[in-house]
Design a binder for this molecule. Structure first.
Ligand code: ZN
Length: 98
């Protein structure tokens, strides 16, 4: 008899509980501006909403993907210099920006 151990699901970052007050990210509808977007980090997709830290055209932004009843809604934070978006990414993970 072969016993197959259940494969543990790999979870990546889960964002922290939302703090009050928190910074409101200026989410805008996704704009396909460039062909190549590199995903540097991402939050766990076991949640209905997940986030990706993206780099494109020398700038960085956060992409938010929300899945609800078969629909996928994508928004992006403003495209700004890497340092600014990396700071925002950390605040998002900590729950102080959303
Ligand atoms: Zn997860």
């Amino acid at each position: 008899m072969v016993v197959v151990a259940p494969v543990e699901r790999y979870h990546s970052h889960h964002i922290g509980a939302l703090q009050e007050p928190h910074e409101r990210i200026d989410w805008r509808p996704e704009q396909p501006r460039v062909e190549r977007v590199r995903i540097k980090e991402h939050t766990c997709d076991c949640k209905a909403t997940f986030y990706e830290l993206c780099q494109a055209a020398g700038l960085m932004f956060i992409r938010r993907t929300h899945r609800q009843m078969g629909e996928v809604i994508v928004h992006e934070s403003p495209w700004v210099v890497a340092k600014e978006t990396q700071g925002l990414w950390l605040r998002l993970l900590m729950g102080s920006a959303r």
